[in-house]
Structures are given as C-alpha cells and as structure tokens.
Design a protein around this ligand. Structure first.
Ligand code: SAM
Length: 163
C-alpha cells in the first residue's frame, strides 16, 4: 500500500470512528474532551458533528490552524500529566465523549501515557459515556465496542460505559 493510501485509510478511520461516537452519545448530557489538538482537524470535525456541545481541549503546545484554536476557557494548555488530574473542577461538568489522539509512535512513551489516561480519565467521564482512543486503554467496567466496518483492528479503540 502506498503511503498516500495508508494516510487516507488512517484519516478515514478516524472520521468514521468519530461519526460513530457522535451517534452513540446522541443527546446524552455532557461535554466533549479532545486530548491532543494537533492541527485541529478532529477538533473541527467534533464541533461540526456536535453543534451546541462544549468541547474542552488538552494540548501541550498549540500549533493548530487559527480557526481551530479554542478560546481560553476551553483550552487546557500544558502536559496532560499535569492538566488531566483535577480537570473536572475547571470544566465543571462530566464528559459524554473523550477523543484521544496523542500517539507519538514511540511505544514506551505511548504505553506510559495510555496507562496514565486509563487511570485518570474515567473520573472526568459521565456515567453514560464513550471514549475513543488511538491508544489501547485499560478501563475496568467499560465495554470494548466494535469498530466501524472497514477500520482495521488496533487502529482505534472504542469504549463505552452505561450505554
Ligand atoms: C497527532 S496530534 C493530534 C492531531 C489532531 N487530532 C488533529 O486532527 O489535528 C497529537 C497532539 O497531542 C499532543 N500531545 C502529545 N502528548 C501530550 C501530552 N503529554 N500532553 C499534552 N498534549 C500532548 C501533541 O502536542 C500533538 O499536538
């Protein structure tokens, strides 16, 4: 497969998983958390797909397209290892959906952050909620959901609770 085909497949999978997550949360109450703003593409897609939802973004170093930089209330800047614990008091409402896209391609680093997110993120989530992650998480009590058709296993990880 060419690199272009591989890129298209990855981005298509990301969009299809996000669209599935939007359908799953429907009108459940709660905010949306975006862990890893990057260029802001998925943040943009989330806002388009979930109009009216508050979206809070965690990012270490903002370098997104200017139209996709959240306002200061919704941007939680800094390293996740520092910003995630206790974020609920700042956000004020638990989340219906969290989307995690923080992979670095360095297995040791990614395993460390996945373990940290597994431990800290559930406290920020509503009783009925969805987590979509580029990293495999360890979430006792959460259900592992099937991926949308055509998304290769291991490309994304889908979890829900209370649905
Ligand atoms: C792959 S990019 C996200 C791409 C984004 N979903 C998009 O569509 O443009 C990953 C982002 O996660 C951020 N990130 C990685 N590790 C982080 C950490 N420990 N704390 C905060 N942000 C982190 C990086 O700075 C980077 O911007």
């Amino acid at each position: 497969m060419s690199r272009l085909d591989s890129f298209i497949r990855r981005i298509t999978a990301q969009r299809d998983c996000l669209d599935r997550a939007f359908a799953l949360i429907g009108d459940l109450p709660g905010t949306i958390l975006e862990l890893g703003l990057g260029n802001g593409r998925t943040y943009n897609h989330i806002r388009e797909g979930c109009p009216g939802r508050e979206v809070f973004v965690f990012e270490r170093k903002v370098s997104a397209h200017p139209v996709d930089i959240p306002d200061t209330e919704h941007l939680i800047e800094g390293d996740l290892f520092e910003t995630l614990p206790g974020a609920l008091s700042r956000i004020g409402q638990s989340a219906a959906l969290a989307h995690i896209d923080i992979g670095s391609g360095r297995p040791e680093r990614d395993a460390r952050i996945a373990a940290f997110i597994s431990a800290e993120l559930p406290a920020l989530m509503a009783e009925a909620a969805v987590i979509l992650s580029d990293q495999e998480l360890d979430l006792p009590g959460w259900t592992v959901r099937d991926l949308p058709e055509g998304v290769a296993p291991g490309r994304y990880f889908f979890y829900s609770r209370g649905l």
